[in-house]
Design a protein around this ligand. Structure first.
Ligand SMILES: [Zn+2]
Length: 270
């Protein structure tokens, strides 16, 4: 896209949010045939170059580029702003997903909160802070694939990008979240044994056992007040507690012999 189409006033986070929301960047790992981050990454890179930042664009996955932009003194101790360019699908949305619309104090459109607004805010902050002749470097990392497997940040680290501190501008209800849960997938296979439908007492019903397992997981669900602990067993602040949800249940076709339960634990969701 030529620069004329994306002239965003320097440091204007709202205008940049609108420009980013207008570009479909659904994650192709979540939505078959989705365009991914390429088009939005190219526009963001153009904007940040025009804002005077040192910009690097490279594929973290084929056709899916990270944008890394720097301001301030190269090589000085660094503060990284990190955000993701991908968005989730648009099923169930009641307004046009890629037509950013301002209604009252809010901006609507897919990704306006999670997290093109955050991307725009961190880009504006980094560009303007870079003007202040700080003895520090500001690194903007606009990465791919956070909504699926976080390949973007993983490749960023593999390429040796480091910072003394980092701020992730995910939406957190405007509260500072000094802790992160991380996440882990657990897949449990419940084994059964086939038997004739009239002699089910001779078999083992994996579906029923999977139901008992789900009920047991619920019984151990942490309460809303649960918080995580640090290495010294001290409670961590808000945002650190773990959540658990069962994300997928499926079974082998027709047999009731195997049932699969995938639980996603310790996830930060927005
Ligand atoms: Zn997010």
């Amino acid at each position: 896209m030529p620069m004329a189409d994306v002239a965003i006033p320097r440091g204007d986070a709202v205008a940049l949010t609108r420009a980013l929301v207008a570009i479909d960047s659904r994650n192709p790992a979540l939505v078959a045939g989705a365009p991914g981050e390429g088009p939005v990454a190219r526009v963001l890179a153009d904007v940040l170059r025009a804002w005077g930042m040192r910009v690097e664009v490279y594929d973290a996955l084929p056709g899916r580029p990270n944008v890394v932009a720097r301001a301030g003194r190269a090589g000085a101790r660094a503060l990284m702003f990190n955000g993701h360019l991908d968005v989730v699908g648009t099923d169930g949305m009641t307004h046009a997903p890629f037509v950013p619309e301002v209604r009252g104090p809010r901006l609507y459109g897919r990704g306006s909160t999670d997290m093109k607004g955050g991307i725009a805010a961190m880009c504006a902050a980094a560009a303007l802070a870079g003007d202040a002749a700080l003895d520090a470097e500001l690194i903007v990392a606009a990465v791919i694939d956070e909504e699926e497997a976080s390949a973007g940040t993983r490749v960023l680290l593999e390429r040796g990008v480091r910072a003394e501190m980092a701020i992730v501008t995910e939406p957190t209800e405007l509260a500072v979240m000094p802790a992160h849960r991380g996440f882990v997938w657990i897949e449990i296979v419940v084994e059964g044994r086939a038997a004739h439908g009239s002699r089910y007492d001779l078999g083992v019903d994996a579906i029923r056992h999977a139901g008992l397992l789900l009920a047991e997981l619920d019984a151990h669900a942490p309460g809303a007040q649960h918080v995580g602990k640090d290495a010294g067993d001290r409670p961590l602040p808000r945002g650190s507690g773990h959540k658990r949800r069962v994300a997928r249940v499926d079974g082998d076709e027709g047999t009731r012999q195997r049932y699969r339960v995938a639980a996603r634990d310790r996830e930060v969701s927005h």
